[in-house]
Design a protein around this ligand. Structure first.
Ligand SMILES: Nc1ncnc2c1ncn2[C@@H]1O[C@H](COP(=O)(O)OP(=O)(O)OP(=O)(O)O)[C@@H](O)[C@H]1O
Length: 984
C-alpha cells in the first residue's frame, strides 16, 4: 500500500513514463493543444481552474507560481522579475546561484480559467456543452480534481450566491428539456453518494455501506442506493445541500471545510421519443474528489491520517487508471479502489468526461499544483469511445403500422378540413374579407371514418386471402396435372418415383397453405361482420340524432367506395390468374407440338421397319383427327382477320419455260408471321397464268419485301425439311396438293417441285401433314408386298429391281430391305416410268441413288459404276440398242433435293450431254452424261420417288435399335425444352 507523498509523485511522474516509454524529454511534449469544442477527438476534456489566493497565502506573501497566458495556456513557475544582481558594484547577468532555477513549464489545456473566473464562467467553458451530448444519448461525467483546499467543492457545489457547475448544468438541462418537450418525454432521478474510507454510502438517505455491482449491460450499479425524482433545478439544489450536509467533512490545516470523501452526484435521465417510443437512458455524474494531501501539510494525525491515506490510495489508483488509459493499455486497474470501480464507466467507458483540475496559484502549494497539472496533462491523452444509449423498446411492426395509420387518418382529416375551409372561403370571397371562422368537420363524417377504415382494411384482407386461395388452388391443379401425365412419358421408374414424390410433397404444402389461408379467411370474415355491425350502429345512432340527406348520401358513397375497391382488387386478381393460365396454355401447346413431331418421327421409323400395326395406324389417325379438331379452337379475337402475305411465284419447268403466278400466303392471326421462327400452317393459292408444263419449279417471293435476296427457291432440305415429300395428292381435276410441314424462319418464300399435267391450276396447301402417308401406298396391297418380299429374300441380288416393280414408296422399300436383312437403300429407288420408255429407257431399268445424302451421283443401269467429282458427276448409263434406236435423246432428270441452293436450279434442268444425242450411242453401250453436283432422279411420278426425312437417319449397316436411338436423340433436346417432364 502506498500512502505517502513520494508514492503519489511517482505515480504521476513523467519520469516514470520516460523510463517505460523512453520518449518524452520535456513536459511541453505532453501538450496537444486540444481546443474547446473540438469534436474531432474523443479525448477527455480537461480544464484547469486557478483559484484566488486565500487569506493565509496572502498573509505569507507567497508568490504566484501560475501565470495564465490565454484561455488554453498557463505557465507554471515562470521567471520572476527580480532585483538586478550586483557583484562589486557591477550588474551581473548570471542569476543568483543560491536560488533554485525556475521550471518555466507551459501547459496547454482545453480551457484555463483565471482566478477571477466565476462558477458561471467555468460552467460556460466546461459543462455547458455536455448537456447537449447528454440529451443526444451519451453518458457524461464531470469530476473535479485537485489538492485539498484547491477549490473543488467550490467549483462543483458553489454557494447560494454563486451556485456551482452541478446546479448550473442541471438548470441548463431543464432549459433544454423544455424546448424538446413537444417531441420527448423526460423522467429524471438523482442519487448522491460518497466514498469514504473505501466505503460507499448514500448521502441522501444514509444507510449502511453499499456494494458495487458491475453489469455488462448497465455498467456499475449500486443496489440499495436511493434515487430521487426531481421536478426542477431548485429541487436538485435542495437535495444537493442535503447530501452535502451528510458528507464527511473535517477541518484540516489546509482547509477549514475539507471534504474527507469523494462525492458522486448522479442524475439519471430517461428520454422517450413520443413518436416511435424509442427510449434513451443517460447518466450524468458530477464527482467531487477528495483532495490529495500531504500529511505534513495537513498535519493530520490518527483518524484524519487514515482518511488521508485512504484518499491518497484511491487517488493513486485513479492516477494509475488514467496512466493506463493514456498509454492505451488493455488492462486498466479499476479494481484497485472503490473510487476507480465507481468511475469505471466515467473514465474509460462509454462516457463523455470533463475533468476540472483545481489548483492554487500560491507557491505554498507548489508541489500540489505541479502534481495536479501533471495529472491533468496525463488525463488529457485518454481516448474514449462513446456511443448512444438507446434502449431497444419492444416495438413491433404493428406499432409502426398503427402510427402510420393514425398519421394518415390525421392527414386525411386535415386535408378535408382544408378543403372545406377553402370551399367556405371561396363562397365568401368578395362578400367579406374577414378571417374565416374555423371550419368544423361534420360530426358524422368523423364518427364514420374509423369504422369505415376498419371495414375497408378487412375487405382488402379478404380479397387478398381469396386471391391467395385461388392461386394456390390453381397451382395445385397444375401440379396434379403434371403428376397425372408424367407416368405417360417417363420411362425411368426410379426417376419417375422421385419426381412424383416431389410433386406430391409440394402439393401437400400447397394444400397446407390453402387450409391456413381458409382459416384466416374465416376469421377475417368474422372480423368484417363485426366492423359492419359497428358501422351500422354508428349510422343508426346518427339517424336517431337527426337523419339528414347529406348523411344518407355520405353513407351511400362510402358503400360505393367499398364496392369499387373490392371490384378493383377482383379485377387485378383475375388479370393475374388469366396471365398465369395463358402461360400454362402456351406451354401445353408447345408440348403438344413437340409430341406430335416426335410421334411422327417414330411413326416413320416404325413404318421404315415395317412394324406398324393396323391398330397403331388407326390410333395415329385418330390422333391426327383430334388434332385437326383442336385447330378449330379459335383463340383469335373477333376483330382479328387472317394475315395475308402476297407473293409472286415464278414457276419454271425443267426445260426452262417459265410461268408467272401470283398468290398469297394466309397465316392465322394466332400464328407468327413469316419472318418469325416457324410457320406451322401456310396456305398458298395460286393459279398459273399460262402454259402447260410437265415439270415446274415454284419460287415464291414476298411482295412485302421485294428485294432480290428474298427471291429464293425454297425446297432445300436443310431449310424446308421435307417439302413436298410427305403428301402429294392428285385429284381428278389436275389440282395437286402439296403438304408442307414447316417453313423455317428466314425463308420468306416456298417452292415446291411438282408436276402438273395440262392443267396449270395448282394448289399448294399446307397443313399438319403429320402421319399422312403417300396416297400411293393405299394402292399397294399388303399381300403383294409380302409375296414380293419373299421374292427379294429368294433373290437378294435383284431386290432393287423387285422393289421397283412393287412401286412402293421409298420408305416402304427401305422397310422391306431392312426386313430382308439387306442393305437398305439410302435415298430412294425409282422405276423408269412408262413415258420414259419412249425416251430411250427400258422398263425396269434400275436407278440406285447414293447411300448418304451428298453422295448423290450414282445412277446406273444394273452392273455399271457411276463416278462423281466435286463439281459435277459423270453418269454412265447402259442403254440397250433397241432403246437407242427408238429415241433420239435421253434424259437424266434430277431434283434438287440434296443439292445446295446455288446449283439446284441448274440441277433441275439437267440435259443429256452431247454424247447422249441420238445416233451417238448407237452401237455403243456406254454413254456419259454430265450431271451437275448432287443430282437425284426424278420420275414423272414424284410421289413415288421422293425422299423422306427418315432417310436422313439411314446408315449402313444399321440396326433397328440404332435407328430408334437416332430418331430419339434428335428430338430429345426439343422435347426437354418443351417440357421439363418429357422423356428422360
Ligand atoms: N474560485 C474561488 N473563489 C473564491 N473562493 C474560493 C474559490 N475556490 C475555493 N475557494 C475557497 O477556498 C476554500 C477551499 O475550497 P474547497 O473547499 O472548495 O476546497 P476543496 O478542494 O474542496 O478542499 P477539500 O478537498 O479539502 O474538500 C473555500 O473556503 C472556498 O470558499
Amino acid at each position: 500500500m502506498v500512502l505517502n507523498r513520494r508514492d503519489l509523485e511517482r505515480a504521476f511522474s513523467p519520469h516514470k513514463h520516460r523510463r517505460s516509454g523512453g520518449q518524452r524529454r520535456s513536459l511541453n511534449k505532453f501538450n496537444n493543444g486540444g481546443r474547446i469544442g473540438s469534436q474531432t477527438t474523443s479525448s477527455m476534456r480537461v480544464v484547469v481552474r486557478v483559484r484566488p489566493q486565500n487569506a493565509n497565502e496572502l498573509e505569507d506573501n507567497a508568490r504566484s507560481v501560475i501565470q495564465v497566458i490565454d484561455e488554453n495556456t498557463l505557465i507554471f513557475d515562470g521567471k520572476e522579475e527580480t532585483q538586478p544582481f550586483f557583484f562589486r558594484g557591477s550588474k551581473q547577468n548570471c542569476r543568483d546561484l543560491q536560488k533554485k532555477p525556475n521550471k518555466e513549464l507551459d501547459f496547454k489545456f482545453d480551457r484555463v480559467f483565471r482566478c477571477d473566473s466565476s462558477n458561471a464562467d467555468v460552467f460556460e467553458g466546461s459543462t455547458k456543452d455536455i448537456v447537449r451530448s447528454l440529451l443526444d444519448g451519451y453518458n457524461c461525467s464531470v469530476f473535479a480534481y485537485g489538492a485539498t483546499g484547491a477549490g473543488k467543492t467550490f467549483t462543483m457545489l458553489g454557494r447560494k450566491t454563486s451556485p456551482g457547475i452541478t446546479y448550473l448544468t442541471i438548470a441548463e438541462l431543464y432549459r433544454q428539456m423544455e424546448t424538446l418537450a413537444s417531441e420527448k418525454e423526460f423522467d429524471l432521478g438523482v442519487s448522491h453518494l460518497e466514498v469514504y474510507n473505501e466505503n460507499v454510502q448514500d448521502l441522501i438517505q444514509p444507510s449502511g455501506p453499499l456494494h458495487l455491482r458491475e453489469d455488462n449491460s448497465y455498467g456499475v450499479r449500486i443496489p440499495g442506493l436511493s434515487v430521487h425524482s426531481i421536478r426542477n433545478a431548485d429541487d436538485l439544489f435542495a437535495l444537493m445541500a442535503q447530501g452535502n450536509r451528510n458528507r464527511t467533512q473535517h477541518p484540516t490545516d489546509a482547509n477549514a471545510e475539507s471534504s474527507r470523501s469523494h462525492s458522486v452526484f448522479q442524475l439519471y435521465v430517461r428520454m422517450t421519443n413520443k413518436l416511435d417510443r424509442t427510449m434513451k437512458i443517460m447518466k450524468l455524474s458530477m464527482i467531487d474528489l477528495a483532495g490529495s494531501e500531504r500529511a505534513s501539510a495537513t498535519r493530520c494525525k490518527g483518524m484524519r491520517f487514515t482518511e488521508g491515506a485512504n484518499i491518497n490510495k484511491s487517488l493513486l489508483a485513479l492516477g494509475n487508471c488514467i496512466n493506463s488509459l493514456a498509454d492505451g493499455l488493455k488492462h486498466i486497474p479499476y479494481r484497485d479502489s472503490k473510487l476507480t470501480r465507481l468511475l469505471k464507466d466515467s473514465l474509460g467507458g462509454n462516457c463523455k468526461t470533463v475533468m476540472i483540475a483545481n489548483i492554487s496559484p500560491s507557491s505554498t502549494s507548489y508541489e500540489d499544483t505541479y502534481n495536479t497539472l501533471k495529472y491533468a496533462t496525463r488525463a488529457k491523452t485518454i481516448k474514449q469511445t462513446i456511443k448512444k444509449n438507446i434502449v431497444s423498446v419492444q416495438l413491433n411492426i404493428s406499432h409502426y403500422a398503427k402510427v402510420v395509420e393514425s398519421l394518415t387518418a390525421e392527414n386525411e382529416k386535415l386535408k378535408l378540413k382544408l378543403k372545406m375551409y377553402e370551399a367556405g372561403n371561396g363562397s365568401q370571397e368578395g362578400a367579406s374579407t374577414s378571417v374565416a371562422a374555423p371550419v368544423v368537420l361534420p360530426d358524422y363524417k368523423d364518427r364514420l371514418s374509423a369504422p369505415y377504415q376498419e371495414l375497408e382494411a378487412t375487405n382488402r384482407e379478404i380479397s387478398k386471402l381469396l386471391k391467395e386461395i385461388k392461386l394456390l388452388n390453381w397451382r395445385n391443379s397444375v401440379k396434379q396435372k403434371i403428376a397425372d401425365r408424367l407416368p405417360c412419358l417417363s420411362i425411368n421408374s426410379i426417376l419417375l418415383g422421385k419426381r412424383l414424390h416431389r410433386i406430391r410433397t409440394s402439393v401437400k404444402q400447397l394444400e397446407g397453405r390453402e387450409m391456413s389461408c381458409k382459416q384466416k379467411l374465416r376469421e377475417t370474415i368474422i372480423k368484417r361482420n363485426e366492423h359492419f355491425k359497428k358501422m351500422n350502429c354508428v349510422i343508426r345512432e346518427l339517424n336517431q340524432d337527426g337523419s339528414n340527406a347529406e348523411l344518407t348520401q355520405h353513407v351511400a358513397m362510402l358503400q360505393l367506395q367499398l364496392e369499387l375497391e373490392e371490384k378493383k382488387m377482383q379485377l387485378e386478381h383475375c388479370q393475374q390468374l388469366l396471365s398465369m393460365q395463358q402461360n400454362e396454355l402456351e406451354s401445353e401447346d408447345m408440348i403438344v407440338k413437340v409430341i406430335c413431331d416426335t410421334l411422327k418421327q417414330y411413326r416413320f421409323l416404325l413404318q421404315g421397319h415395317n412394324i406398324t400395326t393396323d391398330a397403331m395406324i388407326s390410333h395415329y389417325n385418330e390422333l391426327v383427327q383430334k388434332l385437326e379438331g383442336f385447330k378449330h379452337i379459335s383463340w383469335k379475337k373477333d376483330e382479328e382477320t387472317d394475315d395475308v402475305h402476297k407473293f409472286t411465284f415464278s414457276i419454271e419447268d425443267w426445260s426452262g419455260q417459265s410461268l408467272c403466278l401470283e398468290g398469297a400466303v394466309k397465316t392465322q392471326p394466332s400464328k407468327k408471321p413469316l419472318e418469325d421462327k416457324v410457320i406451322p400452317e401456310l396456305m398458298i393459292d395460286y393459279t398459273a397464268k399460262s402454259g402447260p408444263s410437265s415439270s415446274i419449279m415454284l419460287t415464291a417471293t414476298s411482295l412485302e419485301n421485294e428485294t432480290s435476296e428474298n427471291e429464293s427457291e425454297v425446297g432445300d432440305i436443310d431449310q424446308c425439311g421435307d417439302v413436298c415429300s410427305d403428301r402429294m395428292l392428285e385429284d381428278t381435276t389436275n389440282r395437286v396438293s402439296v403438304s408442307i410441314n414447316e417453313i423455317i424462319a428466314g425463308s420468306e418464300s416456298t417452292s415446291a417441285v411438282t408436276e402438273s399435267n395440262t392443267n396449270s391450276s395448282v394448289t399448294l396447301e399446307t397443313g399438319n401433314s403429320a402421319g399422312l402417308l403417300p396416297v400411293s401406298q393405299k394402292n399397294v396391297p399388303e399381300n403383294t408386298e409380302v409375296s414380293e418380299m419373299q421374292r427379294v429374300k429368294d433373290k437378294p441380288a435383284e431386290y432393287c429391281g423387285i422393289l421397283n416393280e412393287m412401286n412402293l414408296p421409298v420408305d416402304r422399300m427401305q422397310g422391306v430391305a431392312a426386313q430382308c436383312s439387306l442393305t437398305p437403300l439410302k435415298v430412294g429407288c425409282g422405276t423408269v416410268p412408262n413415258d420414259y420408255r419412249t425416251q430411250g429407257f427400258q422398263l425396269n431399268d434400275t436407278f440406285v441413288l447414293p447411300r448418304s445424302p451428298p453422295m448423290c451421283t450414282q445412277m446406273k443401269t444394273p452392273g455399271r459404276l457411276v463416278q462423281r467429282s466435286d463439281t459435277q458427276s459423270k453418269v454412265h448409263i447402259t442403254v440397250n440398242e433397241s432403246g437407242s434406236t427408238r429415241k433420239r435423246s435421253a434424259y437424266a432428270e434430277v431434283t434438287s433435293k440434296l443439292c445446295n441452293k446455288e446449283n439446284r436450279a441448274a440441277a433441275m434442268r439437267v440435259r443429256p450431254s452431247a454424247s447422249c444425242q441420238r445416233g451417238q450411242y448407237k452401237g455403243s453401250k456406254d454413254h456419259t452424261f454430265t450431271v451437275p453436283e448432287v443430282p437425284q432422279l426424278q420420275s414423272s411420278k414424284p410421289s413415288m420417288h421422293r425422299l423422306t426425312p427418315i432417310s436422313k437417319y439411314y446408315k449402313h449397316p444399321v440396326t433397328k435399335e440404332e435407328l430408334g436411338k437416332m430418331a430419339y436423340m434428335k428430338h430429345r433436346d426439343q422435347l426437354n425444352r418443351a417440357h421439363p417432364y418429357s422423356a428422360d
